[in-house]
Ligand binder design. Structure first.
Ligand code: ADP
Ligand code: MG
Length: 568
């Protein structure tokens, strides 16, 4: 009771904000609307940074990658039903990619939703979210907000990270309770992602298998990058002397120019290796499920380090499963290796190095071409040099050919500097990722975007301009999906994969006060990107590519089903 005899009160709005702040949340990625508009206003007034997007999917992708970059759950806040569904794509994406994220959605009144009486934006959101995320919770009473958020945080970051849904019905926000009781109801999550120590026998087994190898290979995945055990991973690679292959978002964990990097000898090492140690990488489609042509005929033994026990034997037998967090596992391996670990066979190491040098040399002249209109290699050759000169910048990459070629051509030099389409190989992550990368790291961001990929989240350039973020977007504009050359022979409609010819994406940026540049040659591209990376001004460069450049589905055309009956 205060002096006036009135109880001090708090409410749902304030308790949610207090609970977020108590747990170190600094940023909300959101789209305002009923019932969360005032909640976002109050959050901003209370010192949380609220990034307000134009579409929930982009806000959600931003939150997901914030989780990846920081190991704290990225928080996305949406309105009910349609806003929730838009955010749900990103939540499923976070779960699939093992990124910690919490989607908080306002929802309609339970009484009406459960009787299906047709409320404003009626939807049973909790039920819909459940199969698409790691955990889903609903809070009905203000005094449960603290526990609800604590459960969400722990579920998102512990074990294999993933997406968590938190359902907050509109009525909860206004619920009033005694302020002191409210304060006591909040929970600060202690040790949200505890170390998971591997069993000593599993370490011994893994080292025995590795030691027996004639042609060992280590594959680093984005789980290894996420773990932020950078020094230990580097020490393991260098102490073992084993060639390593980084998956796309693990590029830069050790520099792509490291003498042991086998990125440019990928097909050789997959085929010819006899023992493969996977560190935070799944044997999913991105690694051809660990079998088939790509892996050659010789028998292979797999060692796998992963925090998720169920990942073992998912596609092929794992002879040495090591279950634990990557930091703890790699530390234990290093300890177990002792002081004199035998170097791998010199023949193997030099065969890999030779292959790599051949491939790099073959590529080099193509990267220096000055063709107009530009092709992928000419444009990417320029960006490759710019990234080399600016190793702290974050590279965002999406598209088909733009993705596949940039992944191979642009070297990355530091951990977690390359973020891309991830496990699903999706389009639309670009602008959300760019916003979060700039906000969470304070670094410059370079987005290398196919024109089609850019279209999925292009309106967020307004968001980038509004917050004045140091983001430079390069749209590889070849007039269409895969290519801009398809022709429809049966009607006046354009072919399904082509866009407006000669579109000027740079003018969109100018509409919001950003810098727009139309670049038609590698030289123009270079000047424009350097200027943007120097100034930090929001910039979009329309890079005019030959519409005939590119191939169907980039490197994964083999995944397209083929009709036997297709008319020629
Ligand atoms: P990539 O696509 O780069 O190959 P994946 O997403 O397939 O990577 O694999 C990442 C793996 O890393 C997942 O199986 C996940 O369980 C694991 N992982 C994520 N974080 C950790 C961690 N801190 N310690 C151990 N394993 C982790
Ligand atoms: Mg295109």
């Amino acid at each position: 009771q205060d002096a006036g005899g009135e109880r001090e009160l708090t409410d749902g709005f304030n308790l949610i904000i207090d609970a977020l702040k108590l747990n170190g949340v600094k940023t909300l990625y959101a789209v305002p609307g009923i019932p969360i508009t005032d909640f976002l206003r109050m959050s901003q007034a209370e010192g949380l940074r609220v990034l307000s997007f134009r579409h929930e999917q982009a806000a959600g992708y931003a939150a997901s990658i914030a989780g990846y970059l920081t190991k704290q759950p990225g928080i996305c806040v949406t309105v009910s039903a349609p806003g929730f569904l838009n955010g749900l794509t990103a939540l499923a994406h976070a779960t699939t990619n093992c990124f910690p994220m919490i989607l908080i959605s306002g929802s309609s009144e339970r009484e009406i939703v459960d009787l299906q009486q047709g409320d404003y934006e009626e939807m049973d959101q909790l039920a819909i979210a459940k199969p698409l995320c790691k955990a889903a919770f609903r809070v009905l009473h203000a005094q449960d907000i603290g526990i609800g958020l604590a459960r969400a945080i722990r579920a998102a970051v512990s074990g294999r990270p993933g997406g968590v849904y938190l359902d907050l019905p509109a009525k909860l926000f206004g619920q009033v309770m005694d302020a002191e009781a409210g304060r006591k109801s909040l929970v600060k999550v202690i040790d949200p992602a505890p170390a998971q120590i591997p069993a000593p026998e599993s370490i011994k087994r893994a080292l025995e298998v590795l030691k027996s190898a004639k042609k060992p290979l280590i594959i680093l995945g984005k789980g290894a990058a996420y773990a932020q055990a950078d020094d230990a991973v580097k020490a393991l690679i260098e102490k073992s002397g084993v060639p390593f292959l980084p998956m796309s978002m693990a590029k830069g964990l050790l520099p792509d120019t490291h003498p042991q990097c086998a990125g440019a000898a990928r097909s050789t090492v997959l085929k010819d290796s006899d023992v493969v140690m996977l560190i935070g990488a799944r044997l999913n489609w991105l690694l051809s499920h660990g079998k088939g042509k790509a892996w050659g005929d010789a028998p292979k033994k797999f060692i796998q380090i992963d925090i998720e026990p169920k990942e073992m034997d998912s596609n092929v037998e794992i002879v040495a499963p090591v279950v634990g967090d990557i930091g703890s596992c790699v530390d234990a391996l290093l300890k177990g290796m002792g002081d004199k670990w035998p170097a791998p066979s010199a023949d193997w190491v030099s065969a890999v190095a030779k292959k790599r040098e051949e491939n790099v040399a073959k590529m080099a002249p193509r990267l220096m071409n000055n063709n107009v209109p530009m092709d992928y290699h000419g444009a990417l050759g320029v960006l490759r040099t710019i990234v080399k000169e600016r190793p702290d910048a974050i590279l965002v990459n999406e598209g088909a050919n733009t993705l596949d070629l940039a992944r191979g051509i642009i070297d990355v030099y530091k951990p977690r500097k390359r973020i891309d389409v991830g496990t699903w190989g999706i389009m639309g992550i670009g602008m959300g990722y760019a916003v979060a990368a700039a906000v969470e790291t304070g670094q410059r961001v370079l987005c290398v975007e196919g024109d089609s990929a850019f279209g999925f989240s292009g309106m967020e350039i307004e968001t980038i301009c509004r917050y004045g973020l140091p983001v430079c977007i390069v749209v590889f504009n070849n007039d269409g999906i895969y290519r801009g050359t398809d022709v429809n022979k049966t009607s006046d409609d354009p072919a399904t994969t082509v866009f407006v010819k000669g579109a000027r994406y740079d003018k969109m940026m100018e509409a919001f006060g950003g810098v727009g540049v139309n670049a038609t040659s590698p030289d123009e591209l270079k000047r424009a990107v350097n200027a943007a990376m120097d100034s930090g001004k929001p910039t979009l460069i329309n890079a005019v590519l030959d519409p005939a450049a590119g191939s169907e589905s980039g490197r994964i055309g083999n995944l397209n089903p083929q009709s036997q009956l297709k008319k020629k």
